[in-house]
Design a protein around this ligand. Sequence first.
Ligand code: NAD
Length: 325
Amino acid sequence: MNVLVTGGAGYIGGTVATLLLQAGHTVVVVDSLIHAKRNEVPAGVEFVDADIADRPRLEALLREQKFDGVLHFAALIEAGDSMRVPEVYFRNNTAATLALLEAMHATGTNNLVFSSTAAVYGEPEAVPIPETARLQPTNPYGESKLLVEYMLRWFNQLHGLRYASLRYFNVAGALPHRGEAHEPETHIIPLILDVALGRREKILIYGDDYDTPDGTCIRDYIHVADLADAHILALDALKRQDRIVCNLGNGQGFSVKEVIEAARKVTGTAIPAEVKPRRAGDPARLVASAEEAHRILGWVPKTPEIDRILESAWQWHQQRYATRG
Ligand code: NAD
C-alpha cells in the first residue's frame, strides 16, 4: 500500500510509519514539525514538511500520488494547555483537519483513519466505556477531536468518505529504536522513567482522593505497537465497512500508584512520588470497552501487560539518554 501519514514525525505516527515500512508498504509523512524534530522523521519515508492546514500543498500531493489510505495523527495533544489557549486547538486540530478532508474530497482520495481520543467522553458515567457512551469532553482538546468526528460523519454521509475513528486511551511503550518523547512531556510513563533515570527528582501524583481503590486516577494503557496493528487492520476493515468508530484500549485499568509501583519493579529504582492537588478536568477512571475493536477490526493486543509495556519504554528511555550523553 501507499499510505499518507500526517504527524508521522511524532511518537505514534512515527512508530506506525516505521512498522508500515517494515511490513513493506510505502509511506509519505506530512508533518509541520511543530512538535517534532527533523531527525525524528522515520528513515525510509518520503517527507513533506507542511502543515495539514495548507490545503493547496496537500491537494498537490494528493494529485501527484495515489494513496490507498491516510492515517491522520497530526494534532496538538495537551489537554491542560488547551484549557489555556482553546483557539489554538480548534485551529490546529479541527480547522486544519477540515483542510485535509477538503483536499481528500477534491482529489477523490478515500480511506481515512483518524486518531481520536478517550477525551471525547469526558467524565464517563460508567466504566468500561462503550462507544455509545455520552460524548461530553471536559477540555477543548477533547472537543477539538469530537468536532472532527462530527465532520467525518457528514463527509461519510454526503461525500462517501470511508473512515475509521479510533479513540485511543493511554498510548505507551516503545519499539527498540523509537519511543515516547513529547516536548514538553506531560505523559506519566516517560515522566516516571525520567525520575528512574535521575533526570527528575520525583513524580507528582495529581490527587489521591478520587473514588478509586487507592484514591489515584485509573487509566487504560495500550502498547504503541498494538495501536499500530489496529491502524493496519482498520485500513483493511474499511474495504468492508465505510464507517468505523471504536475504542482502542486493553479494557483494564491501572491506577497512578500501581503504574509507579510497577515502574519501581521494572527499573529497580525507588522513584520518589509526591501527592499534589487534583487537576481540573481529570476523570477518575478511563477504561475502554475494547469489544468493538475486537469485533470490527479483529484486533487482539499482543502486549496488554503493564509490566511489558513499561519494560519496552524503559529499554528505549535508557538508550535515548545513553546515546545523547
Ligand atoms: P506527538 O505530539 O508526538 O505527534 C504529533 C505530530 O503531529 C508531531 O510530530 C507534530 O509536529 C505534528 N503536527 C501537529 N500539528 C500539525 C499540523 N497542523 N500539521 C502537520 N503536522 C502537525 O503526539 P502523539 O502522542 O504521537 O499523538 C498522535 C495522535 O494521537 C494525536 O492526534 C493525538 O491526539 C492522538 N492521541 C494520542 C494519545 C497518547 O496517549 N499519546 C492518546 C489519545 C489520542
